[in-house]
Design a protein around this ligand. Structure first.
Ligand code: ATP
Length: 296
């Protein structure tokens, strides 16, 4: 095989709890992860030269070591002594610095692509164990679908697919640094924690309204305080028929769940007119990540 194209899907967090801050600076989390049907497209072509070339459709994205794509590719090349290179093209559609694991899902696609291109023969578990070195969300991005994520993100339990619904994803025109949000989280001051176990039961019994009633993310205590536009988007979408709305990851992206597609379409159109969100998408849950679209 000398080329492969993959779709790298975005995620949202249906629930996000932080349990404790570890001495090494990492945070122990309990999160319910969900893939959404919104993706970057990556194509990989094998090169005889020992070189990694990356081009992207957005000028402001780094194309050197600072890009998780290059970091993941170097890690695999070094471990397996691969002397060939790759020409990688990234079409970025997932909002950047948005809490949707855009960089992590691209890195996940690199692991999947190199496993195929260079015939490494690694299982999903073996890929995921290596992926955590690039970022806590990368193992989940390799797995995809609905999953419980614990530890620093490396302990994953696949769950049955969450109930079908229409999803609006809306990113206000601000960039949020994940590091800033975690550093400013006052764990001892948290008044409540998300009902992650209750959410797990709702998913298992396909109870969409129970799930929507339990949407909660402790990182909102930091990001929403700093950027009130996030609360305004949540209110806007809830007032237009959403069963529930929540900030994803460290933000600022908001997602809202609808059981009625027509209501969602109307809310989406009004949201676009409102100017509250810079990027917005009408989408749905998806079951997998890193979908292969072509190769030979
Ligand atoms: P997470 O949900 O994992 O916190 P995020 O959505 O907050 O991710 P990303 O979109 O992954 O954040 O990007 C954050 C920063 O990382 C960007 O500002 C960018 O400079 C850098 N970056 C490195 N590699 C990538 C990539 N492949 N795609 C997007 N950003 C990348």
């Amino acid at each position: 095989m000398d080329r492969i194209s993959l779709k790298a899907m975005a995620k949202i967090n249906l629930g996000l709890d932080v349990i404790k801050r570890r001495e090494d600076g990492y945070h122990e989390v309990r999160m319910i992860m969900q893939t959404v049907d919104l993706c970057d497209e990556l194509s990989f072509v094998r090169l005889a030269e020992d070189e990694l070339r990356l081009t992207a459709n957005l000028d402001f994205l780094p194309t050197n070591q600072d890009n998780l794509i290059i970091r993941a590719a170097k890690l695999v090349k070094e471990e397996f002594g691969i002397r060939e290179g790759m020409d990688i093209r990234l079409e970025k559609r997932i909002p950047v610095a948005a809490g949707m694991a855009g960089g992590s899902t691209d890195a996940a696609a690199v692991f999947v692509a190199m496993n195929e291109l260079f015939g490494l023969g690694l299982s999903g578990g073996e890929l995921r164990r290596r992926a955590v070195a690039i970022g806590a969300d990368v193992p989940y991005c390799i797995m995809g679908g609905t999953a419980l994520s614990e530890g620093i993100g490396e302990i994953l339990t696949p769950l049955p697919a969450a109930p079908v619904c229409t999803v609006i994803v809306a990113k206000p025109p601000i960039h949020v640094s994940t590091a800033f949000v975690y550093q400013n989280l006052d764990l001892n001051g948290l008044e409540r924690h998300p009902d992650i176990d209750g959410m797990l039961s709702c998913i298992r019994r396909q109870d969409l309204s129970g799930m929507a009633a339990r949407l909660e993310n402790v990182l909102e205590t930091v990001t929403v305080k700093k950027y009130p536009v996030i609360a305004r988007i949540k209110e806007f979408l809830t007032a237009r028929g959403a069963l529930g709305a929540l900030m994803s990851g460290s933000g600022p992206t908001v997602f809202a769940l609808y059981d009625d597609r027509e209501k969602a379409v109307r809310a989406y159109e009004e949201l676009q007119e409102s100017g509250l969100a810079k990027e917005s998408f009408l989408t749905s849950f998806a079951e997998r990540t890193c979908l292969e679209t072509g190769g030979k």
